[in-house]
Write a protein that binds this ligand. Structure first.
Ligand code: PEP
Ligand code: MG
Length: 867
């Protein structure tokens, strides 16, 4: 049988798994010689035993903690259950991973009528004794006996009102005695302190399974199985009088990261009074003035703890009759800005290394520098939640169409574009919107991909909302209506929709952030590129550190209102001659766009993917659109409808797209390659170092690659011969079908690079439609059928295995192939780690995700070195 109970001097900070975070830190502070009220810890494996045995404590646990308790009694010179010299204890949870406020705590345990009388005698402070007793009864009733705490609070409230004593400090010992007598009519609690202790330990274990603790674990990916430890610690009292008090402090400012000792104190108050916020605490200057020796000791202690832990600490302390006691130290929660400032400052101060600083930064911290964020303190009125498709916070007037979005935004007002789903026709509206909200669509749907690319806040798959475009209304499941023109706020970081204008914290760059990114670049092995189509995106991508373009989705270049008509006309052409007329027009757009991209990316690779739209995305969706197309092409509306019907597909995502278009319409590929290479030749003539890479999408076998490559090579040779210019180009393929991955050895000789398109690869591996999976994925997650949305976090087992197979098989037959990833996973930190581990050469993500990708790539390299 393993030891189940540890005294504070028996553990260290490395014992988090066994003793929980709080317990391990109490042990560490004890070992550092700091004034910690003495105590012991019941281990986390005991919690697991408790659950395994049907919520029963092990038989011998009683005797184990009684031994520990007797040592605590000796150290504190008091006895548990002795009315003449009582020892009181706190009983608190403490999981290996911090779960602040999620589980239960009981304070002042060990009191009953006789012991309270004794405490009053011993301290000469009956008011304090009876106040402590009533607090204990309230907590015990709430936590152990499951009695609604508000009924007891009501009794206090009514009494205070009746006796005109608005503040707790107005209450005398006699007042509290009346309250306690009232409590005892409803609360039947055990008088025996040992029974109280046993029940309290059980209650803390049980609180591991409260709904709020479960939700917190789910949100933070904390495993259900780890369980919590229980900390039993001698009580010290901040409510003993004016030379007593309680407080919290941070070794640096948790909002700004500045290196200033920062905290709050309440005199003559228990710790829970500080947390409850019923009285306004004072700054630490007040402590310096009132009890200077205590302040000095606290100041020295915080310095010691921060240097010892090499991180900003969040401290809890109590002062009892002029004596300082440390109750807790832990790494302090901080804002994104503070996190980065602290990490950089600590490197400069020589406290941590660059690698350690990089490991301390999370994606959430980075977002604060890129997008306005909803102020967590201001968050309210959440009416629906969807998928956090593109980060940031946005407020605006609700509109239900792209046209309205343009109108309202032209009038200078911010807009939120609400749609059932988005299509290429909505692009111009999406571009002017502050935020985008869709009822349908997953994390790789059109809305999600485009919004992320633009850096616009978006929530997709918000199935709690029913959007009716016609009436201009969206209704939540609870019947709350959002009308056209209403103001709403989106939190794209978590997917919450709120009514009204919720306060935001503005984004801004900082020197510290740039310093950290420069360290990331120094440490990472993976190259980072951007998915970008427009010169503006490419410029932003370079600013954010892109080392080239890893995916230029050429179909996105035709979404613009001025171009979509030509594109549509091309799609509905009925002969090759007719198609060539429209292709000639598209050529000019394509050529000019490409030239600009080469210009921006001077000297860096620009990977251009041949056209890959599911054709249905481009066709007009309403009568108005059909009419317009008829006018611009000279066809009748009936003809257009007939052609559209002909092009309709049952499963467009599995249909006529990718290189299948090149197979059927080689003239489209010819036009694209002509545009790309001519633009490159023009650029080179102007002294620009253009490096085009031509990428063939949705390949299934080498015959397709050979067929398309032959078209590509022929056009390239023609242009180079004609122009007498040598363009340094590469041809390669996307790896986005399982068959391509399995047959990578056969593809290898025909390509110079392979780029994993993990959006389609995930879709095809799972058989989950990218456009429809948002309807059922939440249920899959809730029922633990999958661990994460595979469109967000790369499925390393299935999709990842296919990637590994592709690498292994292709490397066997050819060396020197460049491997990349350009699916949305390239911006997800966990997935980046995997890409590093399997040895990809680069990752390519939307521009705004580049800083996170750079840091994640550096973290992967640092982890690699530690291993
Ligand atoms: C992919 O499938 O991962 C990809 C990058 O292409 P798209 O999202 O354009 O299909
Ligand atoms: Mg794809």
């Amino acid at each position: 049988m393993a030891k189940r109970v540890y005294l504070f001097e028996e553990g260290t900070r490395d014992d988090r798994d066994l003793l929980g975070g709080k317990g391990a830190n109490l042990c560490e502070m004890t070992r550092l010689g700091l004034p910690v009220p003495y105590g012991f810890i019941v281990t986390t494996p005991t919690c697991r035993e408790f659950f395994e045995h049907g919520n029963k404590l092990p038989k011998t646990l009683d005797s184990e903690y009684k031994v520990a308790l007797s040592i605590v009694e000796q150290k504190m010179s008091a006895r548990f259950g002795d009315p003449d010299n009582p020892l009181l204890v706190s009983v608190r949870s403490g999981a290996p991973v911090s779960m602040p406020g999620m589980m239960n705590t009981i304070l002042n345990l060990g009191l009953n009528d006789a012991i309270t009388e004794g405490l009053a005698r011993k301290t000469g402070n009956p008011r304090f004794a009876y106040d402590s007793y009533r607090r204990f009864i309230q907590m015990f009733a709430d936590v152990v006996l499951d009695i609604d705490g508000s009924s007891l609070e009501d009794q206090i409230h009514d009494y205070k009102k009746m006796h005109e004593k608005p503040l707790d400090t107005d209450m005398t010992a006699e007042d509290w005695q009346v309250i306690i007598a009232g409590f005892k009519e409803t609360v039947d609690f055990p008088e025996d302190p040992f029974v109280q202790l046993r029940l309290a330990i059980e209650a803390v274990f049980l609180s591991w399974h409260t709904p709020r603790a479960r939700v917190y674990r789910e949100m933070n990916n904390i495993p259900e199985s780890i369980g919590t430890a229980v900390n039993v610690q001698a009580m010290v009292f901040g409510n003993f009088g004016d030379d007593s008090g309680s407080g919290v402090a941070f070794t640096r400012n948790p909002s700004t990261g500045e290196k200033t000792f920062f905290g709050e104190v309440l005199f003559n108050a228990a710790g829970e009074d500080v947390v409850a916020g019923t009285r306004t605490p004072l700054g630490l200057d007040a402590l310096k003035q009132h009890l200077p020796a205590v302040y000095d000791e606290l100041y020295r202690t915080q310095l010691l703890l921060e240097t010892h832990y090499r991180d900003m600490q969040d401290l809890e302390f109590t002062i009892q009759e002029g004596r300082l006691f440390m109750l807790q130290t832990r790494s302090g929660k901080r804002t994104g800005r503070a996190a980065i400032k602290i990490a950089v400052d600590m490197v400069v101060e020589g406290l941590i290394s660059e690698a350690e600083a990089l490991m301390r930064v999370t994606p959430e911290h980075v977002e604060a520098f890129l997008h306005p964020m909803i102020d967590p303190a201001a968050k309210q009125d959440i009416i629906a939640s969807g998928l956090p498709a593109s980060p940031g916070g946005a407020t605006g007037k609700v509109v239900f169409s792209a046209e309205e979005a343009i109108e309202v935004s032209a009038a200078g007002e911010p807009v939120i574009l609400v749609r059932r789903e988005t299509t290429p026709e909505d692009i111009h509206g999406m571009r002017v919107a502050q935020g985008i909200l869709t009822e349908l669509g997953g994390m790789t749907s059109h809305a999600a991909v485009v919004a992320r690319g633009m850096g616009v806040c978006a929530i997709t798959g918000c199935s709690a909302l029913s959007v009716d475009i016609k009436t201009g209304q969206a209704t939540t499941r609870d019947g709350i209506r959002i009308n056209r023109g209403d103001i709403i706020t989106l939190d794209g970081n978590v997917g919450d929709v709120m009514l009204g204008d919720i306060q935001k914290i503005e984004a801004s760059d900082s020197d510290d952030f740039q310093t950290l990114l420069s360290w990331a670049d120094k440490h990472r092995r993976l190259k980072v590129r951007a998915n970008a189509e427009t010169p503006e995106d490419a410029i932003r991508a370079r600013e954010l550190g892109a080392e080239g373009i890893g995916l230029c989705r050429t179909e996105h270049m035709f979404f613009d209102a001025s171009r979509i008509d030509v594109m549509r006309a091309m799609i509905i052409s009925e002969s090759i001659e007719e198609r060539r007329v429209h292709l000639d027009k598209l050529y000019h757009f394509q050529h000019d766009d490409m030239f600009q991209l080469f210009q921006v990316m001077d000297g860096l690779p620009v990977n251009i993917r041949l056209l890959d739209p599911p054709l249905h995305e481009f066709l007009p969706h309403d009568a108005e659109g059909v009419k317009h197309l008829a006018e611009s092409t000279g066809k009748t509306e009936a003809e257009i409808e007939a052609i559209s019907r002909n092009l309709e597909e049952v499963n467009p995502m599995l249909g006529f797209r990718g290189c299948r278009l090149s197979v059927v319409y080689p003239e489209i590929t010819e036009m694209q390659v002509k545009a790309i290479i001519s633009a490159a030749a023009d650029a080179i003539e102007k002294g620009i170092d253009a490096r085009p890479e031509i990428m063939i999408p949705l390949v299934i076998n080498v015959r397709e690659v050979r067929l398309v490559s032959a078209i590509v090579e022929q056009i390239i040779n023609e242009i180079m011969t004609q122009r007498r210019v040598s363009v340094p180009y590469k041809v390669g393929t996307m790896m986005e079908t399982p068959r391509a991955c399995l047959g990578a050895d056969r593809l290898a000789p025909a390509v110079e690079f392979m780029s994993f398109g993990t959006n389609d690869l995930t879709q095809l591996t799972y058989g989950f439609s990218r456009d429809d999976a948002a309807r059922f994925i939440p249920e899959y997650l809730e029922k633990s059928l999958i661990n994460a949305d595979p469109f967000v976090s790369l499925d390393q087992r299935g999709v990842g295995d296919l990637m590994k197979i592709a690498l292994e098989r292709s490397r066997k037959v050819k060396s020197g192939i460049k491997y990349g990833i350009c699916g949305e996973h390239a911006g997800d930190p966990e997935s980046v780690l995997f890409c590093h581990d399997i040895g990809l050469d680069y990752i390519s993500c939307s521009p705004f995700r580049l800083p996170i990708a750079r840091i994640s790539a550096a973290q992967a390299a640092v982890k690699d070195k530690i291993r």
